[in-house]
Write a protein that binds this ligand. Structure first.
Ligand code: ADP
Ligand code: MG
Length: 347
């Protein structure tokens, strides 16, 4: 017996051997999947629905750091961030394809771990992995996922549909993923400098927000159940401020956010304070929360009011009113994609 993990070089299997190995673990469950891995292209039957297609790329050193990101989590997250975009169209994701650039630094076992996470996400969200591409990379790992979903034309929700006076609503809470990243980076630099083991105790919630985010399929289902169709929607990958401005700009409107309304988990809040960061700024600009941001007509307020998963954070205004943040004292600030002006001045 030995402790050394099995390490099979990619070259031992070759590209086709690797694809075969990965494909052997893929199960297809979507009725709309006609043909999965194994031909020149996958075949999908949209059955008269509109298809939505979206791609997101994750690049080592830019979007993730393998020093603290386990491969299985990375695989899970790579799928989830794409599905989040499909839900943000108010569509149901059905298939994904996965393109990988791998350096010979990674053994076959590492790629299998990555796929374990991807297939777990596929199973959880009921989507089929139907194809992809595999090539070599001279440096880091690159993962490009394409997600394909479907909806009726009437169900689809675009960014540009918001109306003046519509309420701006966000799901869940904000800033957690960013604070999780701050904790991971702090512990990584402590480890690099002193060799001390990372102290992550008590940070479970924000670490999970960063390392194992979920796409808000439940919110899409909730809104259907409440009989509320958003007028515009976007998922929060960059930060509330930036996404709110996207909706406003696409819809030809202004937007007004209220600091006191921003949903921030107490642990996120306290960790931000410990790091000498403004929790409001973390919520506005933190990014990677993968919550949904959407607008609803005022008439729908009764239906969403008091729901613990939904928070009204502001409303849409006419274009001339611009993009504004109202602070807790009632003062008004220009909202920018980076957050708000006070943050920028602090540098
Ligand atoms: P081609 O030369 O036509 O691009 P490939 O040999 O790249 O074909 O791919 C063969 C099959 O394996 C295709 O169905 C493709 O979608 C699938 N495939 C290739 N790489 C991956 C991967 N990383 N994950 C899942 N499927 C893959
Ligand atoms: Mg190919």
């Amino acid at each position: 017996m030995t402790d050394t993990p099995l390490r099979t070089e990619l070259s031992a299997l070759g590209e086709f051997g690797l694809i075969e190995r990965l494909a052997s673990r893929v199960q297809l469950t979507q009725p709309s999947t006609v043909k999965g891995i194994g031909d020149d292209a996958a075949v999908i039957d949209p059955s008269g629905l509109h298809q939505v297609v979206t791609t997101d790329m994750l690049v080592e050193g830019v979007h993730f750091d393998l020093a603290y990101m386990p491969l299985k989590h990375l695989g899970y997250k790579a799928i989830v961030v794409n599905l989040s975009d499909v839900y943000a169209m108010n569509a149901e994701p059905r298939q994904v394809t996965v393109a990988l650039a791998l350096s010979n630094r990674f053994p076959v076992e590492a790629v299998e771990e990555l796929y374990e996470g991807m297939l777990l996400a596929c199973k959880h969200y009921g989507v089929d992995l139907v194809g992809g591409d595999t090539c070599s990379s001279r440096s880091g790992l690159v993962i490009a996922v394409t997600a394909i979903g479907a909806a009726t034309a009437g169900e689809l929700v675009y960014r540009n549909g918001a109306g003046e006076h519509d309420l701006l609503v966000v799901s869940g809470d904000l800033g957690g993923a960013y604070m999780g990243l701050q904790v991971l980076e702090r512990e990584k630099s402590v480890f690099t400098e002193t060799g001390a083991q990372p102290d992550l105790a008590g940070h479970d919630y924000i670490l999970e927000r960063q390392l194992k985010p979920e796409a808000r399929r439940d919110i899409i289902a909730l809104l259907k159940q409440l009989g509320v169709k958003p007028t515009a929607m976007i998922d929060i990958s960059d930060g509330l401020a930036s996404e709110a401005i996207h909706i406003a700009r696409s819809s030809g409107l202004g937007v007004r956010l209220y600091d006191e309304k921003l949903p921030i988990d107490p642990h996120t809040y306290n960790t931000a304070r410990d790091f000498n960061l403004d929790p409001t700024v973390c919520a506005l600009s933190g990014g990677e929360d993968y919550e949904l941001l959407f607008t609803v007509r005022q008439a729908d307020f009764e239906a969403i009011k008091g729901n613990p998963n939904l928070t009204v954070v502001g409303h849409m205004t006419d274009a001339n009113s611009g993009y504004r943040l109202v602070d807790k004292q009632g003062g008004e600030h220009e909202l920018t994609a980076q957050g708000w002006d006070a943050f920028l001045k602090k540098g």
